[in-house]
Design a protein around this ligand. Structure first.
Ligand SMILES: *[C@@H]1O[C@H](CO)[C@@H](O)[C@H](O)[C@H]1NC(C)=O
Length: 446
């Protein structure tokens, strides 16, 4: 009996340790603390300073035990922080890879200055709310990139002045750091936010903005004020939010009904609370492999030694980069590369997709054209995959004739026979006439 209770106790201890280990699996994040250098404004060089910093993450303030405070010597004690993140966003496994992993999550901490937003759709958040005491604190913004592009997080944290205990007040995340979609598909760009329900700021609502950015061009995709329940006017068609999920769960994901080439680019999801703002970026790439066609189709019968001109057209692909090449497969199945032919410049269609073609001058003398089954293949290597199109090569004298061919040959032979007959008949008959005439002449003469 004593044995049993001992085992039972040990089991309980094990379970307790396990649960404890799980709950304390929040990481210690190595970050760069980046701030503008005092007095460096206006100067071009070294306007910011970087220091190593350490963030101990926990889901509740109590578990920041003294035992965990063993910061490496190269990190200044001033840059060691204890972060309480009740939502556990920063405890995601992508920010906490196993020890010794080559891939490390990225992290940056900056001082943050709370201020009212001047944007039309976010400005009403600060109409009435004023929280001077609450805002008088040390504020920080952090941004995190998880390993393997699994997660990106931006947080706003608050610490009572001159303390090192930070509370996450707002965090914005995305689990689709980089999205690839084919044309016409429905696309979901993930974005979610969490606001500390105990902060006086979250009472006055939030605003959300999705902005598109590509090579210096930007446009507003969706802007929504959750306090007034108003959407801003935008030019964008086919982009929506799930408003119920947004209000209930902070699910701010953007839905694009049908992917188009022009949707490729960077999307910025920005969440505003009164005086606070945090954003994450998501990259969308529309990738559509080409459709191939070969001309002429079918290939004409070639005479051995003839040079055949074959065209391969790749169309409907995006992005632009494409590698066209040719292959020849002889009757035995052996493949020989024929190079890329002469590739034309690309054209862009109304829907933004590209087309490009390649012309091959195929010299039939240099190839081993067997009895049948020799094939020419056009190969298109694209980000969206490899596409191939093949045509059989038929060479006169090699391919076994089909029934139609045989019939045609018999027909041709008959026709030729008839023609020869006719020609020879006309020739002999005119010959006879001539000889008769000459006989006659002869007669006259004689
Ligand atoms: C967010 O909402 C979208 C649209 O309703 C849904 O497809 C997606 O799964 C939701 N994301 C999360 C994390 O719940």
């Amino acid at each position: 009996m004593t044995n049993f209770s001992t085992i039972y106790k040990l089991f309980l201890v094990a379970v307790f340790c396990f649960i404890h280990a799980c709950s304390s699996s929040c990481p210690v994040l190595e970050c760069w603390y980046v701030q503008e250098k005092a007095g460096a404004r206006g100067g071009l060089s070294a306007a910011t300073s970087q220091e190593k910093s350490l963030l101990y993450i926990s889901t509740d303030a109590q578990s920041h035990s003294a035992s965990s405070q063993r910061a490496p010597s190269e990190i200044s004690p001033d840059r060691v922080y204890f972060v309480t993140d009740p939502a556990g966003t920063l405890c995601h496994h992508a920010l906490n890879p196993p020890r010794g992993s080559i891939n490390k999550p990225l992290c940056e901490v900056n001082p943050f200055l709370p201020q009212p937003s001047t944007l039309r759709w976010a400005a009403p958040l600060t109409d009435s709310a004023r929280s001077p005491i609450y805002l008088q604190a040390d504020w920080f913004s952090t941004s995190h990139q998880g390993v393997n592009k699994q997660l990106t997080v931006s947080s706003i944290m608050r610490a009572p002045t001159a303390t090192k205990e930070l509370d996450v007040i707002l965090s914005v995340t995305s689990k689709t750091v980089s999205v690839r979609s084919r044309l016409g598909e429905r696309v979901l760009l993930d974005c979610g936010f969490w606001a500390d329900p105990s902060t006086p700021l979250s009472e006055s609502g939030f605003a959300l903005e999705w902005r598109y950015q590509f090579r210096g061009n930007g446009r507003l995709v969706v802007a929504y004020n959750g306090k007034t329940d108003r959407l801003a006017e935008t030019q964008e068609k086919g982009a929506t939010l799930d408003f119920e999920a947004l209000h209930k769960r902070g699910n701010a994901s953007l839905i694009l009904q049908e992917a188009e080439v022009r949707h490729s680019g960077i999307y910025i999801c920005t969440v505003y609370l009164p005086y606070l703002v945090a954003q994450v970026t998501v990259e969308l790439e529309i990738v559509e492999p080409p459709s191939l066609s070969i001309y002429p189709s079918p290939l004409p019968l070639a005479v051995p030694g003839q040079i055949l001109t074959i065209q391969c057209e790749a169309s409907g692909f995006a992005p632009l980069s494409l590698d066209l090449s040719w292959q020849f497969k002889d009757a035995g199945g052996k493949i020989k590369p024929l190079g890329s032919g002469s590739v034309t410049g690309h054209k862009q269609a109304w829907d933004g997709t590209y087309s490009q073609s390649s012309r091959l001058e195929l010299d039939t003398t240099s190839l081993d054209l067997g009895r049948e089954g020799a094939e020419v293949t056009c190969v298109a290597a694209h980000l969206g995959g490899i596409r191939r199109a093949s045509r059989t090569l038929n060479v006169i004298g090699f391919s076994t004739p089909t029934i139609e061919d045989s019939m045609a040959m018999v027909g041709v032979a008959l026709a030729l026979y008839g023609l020869i007959k006719f020609v020879s008949w006309t020739l002999t008959s005119s010959g006879r006439k001539q000889s008769r005439n000459s006989d006659h002449k002869n007669c006259i003469v004689c």
